[in-house]
Design a protein. Structure first.
Lengths: 227, 562
């Protein structure tokens, strides 16, 4: 019953304009839910940062600011390639859509790979929250809360990137079938919006987790996690 | 009546049909007869079929939640804890709360009546995202299956609020599974809300301006906004509880500096607005019923429309009134108390405007109107006792007593459930093309009103006298009131079972309903009963405001007989 005609117009819309506007509004509404989803974590971050400023400084210093900065660059670059893919779709240039989307995906996986290296380092330093957590040779410090939020926030962010990469496979397959036209390329635009959102979340995560606490007063022995 | 729609003759062709049998001489098909077979239902993207799948699923969940309620009331019939042990009693009231809140109160009106009616009321062929609508149903179904699995594997004993650190650290029951179920169900809710918001913005028929929208649409739109802004917050909260429970990350565990009160803030940031997710669509139903059965335009239409938005906005800033005794700061408590008083204003505006609509109208006491009038009384009692509880000083006395239990049942059951039954009766002829039996319908409505008050009014008194909630035994001097409550609950259960019997009966034996059995205004009454797959043969063009009843409009004389 859900029929789509040759121009890509679904049965229940009057014209492509209405279909495109609906999809765009739907995507923005979805991104608002995403802001609230991450907003809960940012709220918890603010509460605990206020309660335990020292632990926050200590935790922040355990993070690898160099790898974080590299990842920030990689992700901003991937937003550029995504924007270029949308632009090519608007021109109906399907080959370049596939190319730029693939490039975006590759950059996404570079980001995730760096994240794996960082997570591994935390594991080696016993900074995974839970019964095995140790900071400065002691278990059960408030630094554990910092790392609980660090892993939840960056983990949720990474999860969103994996979903984005999955959607990009779909875009690439459609582009290879020449499905995008200047009149109808809404899919690419919507996935572009989603990817930029994921990028922006990281733009907030990086300073909040890696940068803000680095210049606080150093207390407690570092576990040697600096690079 | 001045029709705003140019419809084809009954035998007009239906361009969407692929069955190959749509000859001009055949009777016109509707959404129920358009195609047959289980695949045409389980893969249907028709908003009306999805609404029916939701209806049957939710009806089943009402029965499940009702069985748990029955067990609670049976246990409380006697002062001693004789039917259930404490642990089992905890699980029974938790499952009652979880099932009723997440699988009936929240989706009841929007996913059933909203899904069915919203596109028709604005003159659209479907919701903006039909496939997402179907997805929302299956996500809902997965949530149900996981919840029932959790119940079968031993249940949950935390209460539906999943308070930490009990839920995250100490509870020895299926908390993780139930939490995942609630998390998944939340996405079903988000998808429905998103669909409604976009549909109202982008799918309105020509001439259907914002201030010509039926108030039911306004109410569902406001509900959609609340869902979009609040449900994701409980989703991430549940993620944190699950991580805490599975990996002991410490985020809500005081042993590591985690703050259980933060959980309460995050939980109620969703769960208080969720109260408005439950009641706003019900209020939309009441606006429709009262206008149709008073034959008058809703008094102060724009104010009622905006009061829905006002409730949606203010409802986001009152969550702390659940936490007056939780260790939240007194100053925060004072602010939350004041804002709680404010949210009563738009609710009261609605009640006053409904009563004013009835004033000098031709009020017809048909079954839906009986439910609507019951709603006015019960919701008002529920709302006013909410003011008691929003008063910080008084709440310290009333907190966690049966006064609270009675209050939210008056709002939720007396409000939302009453409106659900009223709306279901009102639009039943539209959904299935048959009338329900009127006489027994009124009996069921009256029985509901009596049974409801018998069940919950004594609980106000018990709570005022200090009977705490969530205990399965109590001093003997409270037995009389508890027994009245249990007897009332029995009547209430019967009054809910009656429509579950006579409504299906009417599908075969009910009087065939025409397009507009009530002589009511609104695009849904200009579509066929049942509507065709795409609702209208031709996109309607709207030329008048909602509820444009002429001055001094009367019901048809034959409507008054019965």
């Amino acid at each position: 019953m859900s029929s789509v005609d040759a121009t890509g117009l679904a049965h229940h819309f009057e014209d492509l304009e209405q279909q495109r506007e609906s999809a765009t509004l739907g995507m923005w509404a979805f991104l608002i839910t995403e802001i609230m989803f991450f907003g809960g974590l940012f709220g918890a971050y603010v509460v605990y940062r206020t309660m335990y400023p020292e632990a926050w400084d200590n935790g922040s210093r355990e993070l690898d600011v160099f790898l974080g900065a590299v990842n920030t660059t990689v992700l901003i670059g991937s937003s550029l390639t995504m924007a270029l893919a949308v632009r090519c779709a608007a021109k109906g240039n399907n080959k370049q859509v596939a190319g730029f989307t693939l490039l975006t995906m590759v950059l996404g996986f570079v980001f995730l790979g760096v994240k794996v290296i960082e997570y591994k380092a935390k594991y080696d330093h016993h900074l995974i929250p839970g019964p095995g957590f140790m900071y400065g040779g002691h278990a059960g410090g408030h630094e554990q809360i910092f790392f609980a939020l660090y892993f939840t926030m960056t983990g949720m962010h990474a999860f969103h990137m994996i979903i984005g990469a999955g959607l990009m496979i779909w875009v690439i397959l459609r582009a290879l079938k020449n499905s995008y036209t200047p009149q109808n390329h809404t899919h690419v635009e919507m996935i572009g919006l989603y990817w930029h959102f994921v990028d922006i979340v990281w733009i907030f995560l990086f300073p909040l987790l890696y940068l803000l606490g680095r210049h606080g007063h150093a207390i407690g022995a570092a576990t040697g996690g600096h690079h | 009546m001045s029709s705003t729609v140019q419809t084809h003759a009954p035998h007009a062709h239906s361009p969407h049909e692929h069955s190959g049998v749509a000859h001009a001489a055949e009777p016109k098909t509707n959404y129920l007869t358009a195609n047959y077979g289980w695949k045409s239902w389980v893969f249907s993207v028709d908003h009306k079929r999805i609404a029916l799948m939701y209806l049957f699923t939710i009806a089943f969940m009402i029965l499940v939640g009702g069985v748990f309620a029955l067990l609670v009331r049976l246990e409380l019939a006697t002062p001693a804890g004789d039917l259930l042990q404490s642990e089992n009693y905890n699980k029974i009231f938790t499952m009652h709360g979880v099932v009723m809140v997440f699988f009936f109160l929240i989706p009841g009106v929007p996913a059933v009546l909203g899904n069915f009616l919203l596109p028709i009321m604005i003159g659209a062929k479907d919701l903006a995202f039909p496939k997402i609508n179907l997805l929302s149903y299956y996500v809902f179904l997965v949530g149900i299956l996981l919840t029932l699995t959790a119940a079968a594997m031993g249940g949950v004993d935390t209460g539906w609020t999943f308070y930490t650190p009990y839920s995250s650290t100490y509870a020895n029951s299926q908390v993780a599974l139930a939490a995942v179920a609630v998390f998944i169900t939340g996405f079903s809710s988000i998808l429905t809300g998103l669909n409604f918001v976009v549909t109202v913005h982008k799918m309105r028929a020509p001439g259907m301006t914002w201030f010509r929208l039926p108030l039911f649409v306004w109410a569902n739109y406001a509900t959609g906004l609340i869902i979009l802004l609040s449900t994701p917050v409980v989703a991430i909260t549940i993620v944190l509880v699950a991580l805490e429970r599975l990996f002991h990350i410490g985020v809500f565990d005081p042993a590591y500096g985690g703050d259980p009160v933060l959980f309460q803030h995050m939980f109620w940031f969703y769960s208080h607005p969720a109260v408005y997710i439950m009641i706003l669509p019900a209020m939309g139903v009441i606006s429709e019923l009262i206008a149709a059965f008073s034959k008058k335009r809703v008094f102060g239409y724009p104010v009622v429309a905006f009061s829905s938005l006002a409730i949606a906005v203010i409802g986001f800033f009152v969550w702390g009134h659940h936490m007056f005794v939780s260790g939240q700061s007194t100053y925060a408590g004072v602010v939350f108390s004041v804002i709680t008083m404010l949210v009563a204003v738009p609710s009261a505006i609605k009640v006053f405007n409904w009563v004013s609509t009835m004033y000098k109208g031709d009020v017809l006491l048909s079954t839906p109107m009986c439910y609507a009038i019951a709603f006015l009384g019960l919701f008002t009692v529920g709302g006013l006792t909410g003011i008691f509880l929003g008063t910080m000083g008084l709440d310290i006395h009333m907190h966690d007593t049966y006064f609270v239990v009675a209050h939210f049942h008056y709002v939720m059951v007396g409000g939302m459930v009453t409106a659900f039954w009223g709306g279901l009766h009102f639009w039943w002829p539209k959904m299935f093309g048959r009338m329900y039996p009127e006489a027994i319908g009124r009996v069921a409505a009256a029985l509901m009103f009596i049974g409801f008050n018998m069940t919950f009014f004594p609980q106000f008194i018990l709570g005022y006298m200090g009977m705490p909630r969530r205990y399965h035994f109590y001093p003997e001097e409270w037995q009389v009131l508890n027994l009245v409550s249990t007897l009332g609950a029995t009547l209430l259960g019967i009054s809910y079972l009656l429509p579950m019997i006579y409504l299906p009966w009417s599908l075969k034996f009910g009087k065939v309903a025409g397009k507009n059995p009530w002589g009511a205004k609104g695009l849904e009454w200009e579509a066929d009963s049942p509507p065709t797959t795409f609702n209208f043969d031709k996109t309607p063009i709207v030329t008048e405001e909602a509820y444009a009843y002429p001055e001094g409009a009367r019901h048809q004389p034959e409507a008054k007989v019965v």
